[in-house]
Write a protein that binds this ligand. Structure first.
Ligand SMILES: Nc1nc2c(ncn2[C@@H]2O[C@H](COP(=O)(O)OP(=O)(O)OP(=O)(O)O)[C@@H](O)[C@H]2O)c(=O)[nH]1
Ligand SMILES: [Zn+2]
Length: 368
């Protein structure tokens, strides 16, 4: 345990250091990520300006390299199932961006397998909701040229993981909903570099019995604007309806836009889907895996609401597994569906075929 001086305010715990590094990357500034043997200057390509990219390249004498995940590497024709790093000497910002996330780019002449530190830098980008494409350069420890940059020890990244489960309730207030009458909105704060999360308590669920719950990931396009490209808006409203009909329950509305990749990445991926790609391949072009959501917040929220046994409204087996793995007893699973539209049918079929969702799209169409 760190000893704190009674005469100073100290914020030296690992999670604060990680959050600082994440914020720096989001603002397009370099950080230094180091372990016992080396130091890596890192920029997130998604956030950096072309001018700072050029400046970084010249400061490190054109020895900068581009980290790409194995998902992106596969799209560049490299099928060795590892994260990779490619040299960027004399590669412009525009060309680097093409390598990182433009479909159809094939001109990667040289690359090597990424090391652990380089892969860890992409983990930070993912926490910052940025694309996992990093501009890296190995530098000396305590390199004066980067003295004004935030430095993060790799060990602090793993040491901060317990914070992901740490939440507290900030407010609990009833809100009158058009269809359901008053529902309590409970706001939770905590986690690692996370926004506030919300639980909507419909009716008066009895926590001494299995509580009906829905874990819903935010979808600005579907939930808010009625986009026809997905089933989220319907699932949100039908989910609340099912909880009310079950005699009361809790909907956890998680800040996990774009399956945890963020709205920026999701809209880039939508652009690729307009060209015919499915939802998973579109994300892979950007370097992402099939699903980046984490459920520590959901588990912490349930525990703070004194809920440890549930009936879950979902078609997604990953959500059930995440709850069970965290010690929440899942008594049953119930389906929650939406309308099938010509715009979302391919998306729904992809979720079933490639992400194991328990959804019979043909039966839904037949029932309409
Ligand atoms: N990256 C990406 N995310 C998408 C796309 N379409 C929808 N999403 C996101 O997918 C998530 C869907 O959330 P949910 O409806 O809670 O989850 P689900 O995995 O469908 O599971 P259930 O609805 O519980 O069956 C939300 O975070 C959406 O923002 C897409 O094409 N690309
Ligand atoms: Zn959606």
């Amino acid at each position: 345990m760190t000893e704190h001086s009674p005469f100073a305010l100290e914020f030296k715990d690992p999670s604060r250091e990680v959050e600082r590094a994440v914020a720096e990357l989001r603002f397009g500034r370099p950080i230094i990520l180091e372990d016992r043997s080396r130091a890596l200057a890192v920029l997130a390509l998604d956030a950096v300006s072309p001018a700072l990219y050029d400046q970084f390249a010249s400061v490190v004498g054109q020895k900068h390299e581009l980290f790409l995940t194995r998902n992106r590497a596969e799209k560049l024709g490299i099928t060795r199932a590892s994260d990779i790093v490619a040299p960027l000497r004399n590669v412009s910002f525009h060309q680097a961006s093409e390598l990182a996330y433009t479909p159809g780019t094939k001109h990667l002449s040289a690359w090597r397998k990424a090391n652990e530190l380089e892969s860890a830098s992409a983990e930070l980008a993912s926490t910052a909701l940025l694309l996992p494409a990093m501009v890296c350069a190995e530098v000396e420890r305590d390199d004066k040229r980067f003295s004004s940059c935030c430095t993060l020890d790799h060990a602090q990244l793993s040491a901060s993981s317990n914070v992901r489960q740490s939440f507290q309730i900030v407010a609990r207030t009833p809100v009158p909903l058009e269809t359901f009458g008053y529902a309590d909105f409970v706001v939770f704060r905590g986690g690692l570099a996370q926004k506030d999360q919300v639980a909507i308590v419909v009716g008066k669920p009895d926590v001494s019995k299995p509580v009906p719950i829905r874990i819903h990931s935010s979808c600005i396009t579907g939930d808010l604007c009625g986009s026809l490209k997905c089933d989220c808006g319907d699932q949100l409203r039908n989910g609340l309806d099912l909880l009310a009909k079950a005699g009361g329950g809790v909907l956890l509305y998680l800040d996990q836009e774009g399956r945890g990749t963020g709205i920026g990445a999701k809209m880039r991926a939508y652009g690729f889907q307009h060209r015919g790609m499915d939802t998973i391949d579109a994300d892979a072009q950007l370097g992402f895996g099939a699903d980046h959501r984490r459920y520590e917040a959901a588990v912490a929220m349930l525990k703070l609401l004194n809920i440890d046994e549930v009936i879950v409204y979902t078609n997604n087996p990953t959500k059930i597994a995440a709850l069970s793995d965290a010690g929440i007893l899942v008594h049953a699973r119930s389906a929650v569906t939406g309308r099938v539209t010509s715009e979302n049918e391919f998306y729904l079929r992809t979720k079933t075929a490639r992400a194991g969702h328990m959804l019979d799209v043909d039966a839904l169409i037949a029932a309409e």
